[in-house]
Design a binder for this molecule. Structure first.
Ligand code: GLN
Length: 485
């Protein structure tokens, strides 16, 4: 048995019956990170010392019988979550040395359970990107093939879980940033419904779209980690005060009679043949499992990417105003006056993609263009949401590809932002609609790269997608493969 191959659920059993200690687990991960991260570059900060200290505390809790579901389990977090005492960079030069004075609510929740935080993970700067190439700390590489991207923006999170550098990770998803990298790295990524998980202490990109979720090796672990982080938080006014169901309890329910919708607009030209084949195979598996397959339509799908890039950039231009060298961010010492100081600090601190988004968003919000762009995008967003509600009047879940292609090579799309934006064509509509969706492994390309399947659920029906995903996982072996490198 290799410690770092165990899932959260398997580790839980072994910690509980004293086959392993939390310190042994933390040491195994420390060695694994040291041996592999020069290739993968998943971590921005590795928590050697604090992780060992947390593991010791977890062992004391275990000895005292004070066991929470995550006690002693090694979990890493995207570098977008504020962590007291550790750097939180958002993969940006402008926050290179930033140490938040408090923990994000999701970090506080896993710490309360005495999880062991192994480190802070690489990402696209301010979560803007689909390849992890926009990081100020170097690109993360795909553990299945180091010449390929891991996806983004939670690329470090997905690569870390796939390469066994943590048992699970927390990511964020604004337009696909949990699901697309999970798909490209062959792991399970869940974007909960907007409002299900607190965003307090999560560095904001586009506040009406951002949501926190788990990236794990399998579906059961996804349920376990979602359980720990979900629920109302008075510190986040957009978190919803509604009960959180017991996700493990319904995980193994049969699928007989479940209605699975296939949106016609998602199976179009431009969909890679390997991806199409894998997803069609998954449809066949669901039929065998007793699900009823229904064709549905999401008629406004083709407007989603354009709509997203107006709303997300508009919100980003406002959210990123705080990095001015005064309130937040590295301040230049070259400036001649205040305005010059703002301009130089921001010019030096932000990367090219972040600047592009700030300019796009500022333009969309400017007087004279506001009605034509921002307001219009909001109206389109309402129509996209309505498409989903209409489809969900007929079916329980929707089944689609996650990304149009498997992971592309490093450098392939860096000079063509539009091509990069199109890699989120199947994930963005879910964020605009505010509902929940999951990516889970459903096959491999001819070149040996993982392919993900997307299951989209009704708002606050994470339990339904978890059990729909779990049944597929039980019937297939894809999640058992791991990258060898
Ligand atoms: N790739 C999309 C973007 O660049 C989504 C990113 C995300 O979900 N954070 O905006």
């Amino acid at each position: 048995m290799t410690i770092y191959d165990l899932t959260l659920a398997e580790l839980r059993t072994k910690l509980d019956n004293r086959e392993l200690s939390a310190v042994e687990v933390a040491e195994a991960y420390r060695a694994r990170i040291a041996a592999t991260d020069q290739d993968v570059n998943a971590y921005i900060t590795v928590c050697d010392e604090s992780a060992m200290a947390e593991a010791k505390l977890a062992d004391q809790a275990l000895a005292a019988g004070e066991i929470a579901p995550l006690t002693g389990l090694p979990i890493a977090a995207k570098d977008i979550f504020n962590t007291a005492g550790l750097k939180t960079t958002c993969a940006s030069r402008i926050l290179e040395n930033y140490i938040a004075p408090y923990d994000a609510t999701v970090i506080a929740r896993i710490k309360e359970q005495k999880a062991v935080i192994t480190g802070k993970l690489n990402m696209d700067e301010f979560a803007m990107g689909s390849s992890n190439e926009n990081s100020a700390f170097g690109a993360t590489r795909n553990p299945w093939n180091l010449n390929h991207v891991p996806g983004g923006s939670s690329g470090g999170s997905a690569a870390c879980v796939a390469s066994r550098q943590a048992a699970a990770a927390l990511g964020t998803d604004t337009g696909g940033s949990i699901r697309q990298p999970a798909s490209h790295c062959g792991v399970v990524g869940l974007k909960p419904t907007y409002g299900r998980v607190s965003r307090y202490g999560v560095i904001a990109y586009a506040s009406s779209l951002d949501q926190v979720g788990p990236i794990t090796r399998d579906v059961r672990d996804s349920a376990l980690l979602l359980q720990a982080i979900a629920g109302h938080d008075p510190a986040d006014s957009t978190s919803i005060d509604t009960p959180v169901p017991d996700y493990q309890a319904t995980l193994t329910q049969e699928l007989t009679g479940l209605k699975v919708g296939l949106p016609a607009e998602y199976f179009i030209d431009g969909l890679d043949e390997d991806v199409r084949r894998a997803v069609e195979q998954a449809v066949a598996t669901y039929k065998e499992l007793g699900a009823e397959i229904v064709e549905v339509s999401l008629p406004h799908t083709s407007y989603a990417v354009a709509c997203y890039y107006l709303i997300a950039t508009a919100e980003a231009s406002s959210n990123l105003a705080r990095y001015d060298g005064v309130r937040y961010g590295v301040r230049t010492d070259q400036a001649e006056n205040l305005i010059d100081m703002y301009m130089q600090s921001r010019a030096a601190g932000f990367g090219a993609e972040v600047k592009r988004r700030i300019m796009l968003g500022t333009y969309a919000l400017s007087s004279g263009y506001y009605d034509a762009y921002y307001l219009k995008a909001q109206k389109v967003r309402t129509m996209i949401r309505q498409d989903f509600l209409d489809a969900f009047a007929k079916v329980d879940v929707l089944l689609t590809p996650v990304a149009p292609t498997p992971a592309f090579t490093i450098g392939e799309k860096t000079n063509d932002p539009l091509q990069m934006y199109l890699s989120d064509i199947y994930t963005i509509p879910v964020n605009l609609a505010g509902t929940c969706a999951m990516s889970l492994p459903c096959g491999f390309s001819a070149a040996g790269l993982p392919i993900g399947l997307q299951l989209i659920g009704k708002p606050f029906e994470e339990a339904t997608i978890l059990r729909t995903a779990h049944a597929f996982e039980q019937a297939t072996e894809w999640h058992k493969r791991k990258p060898e490198f």
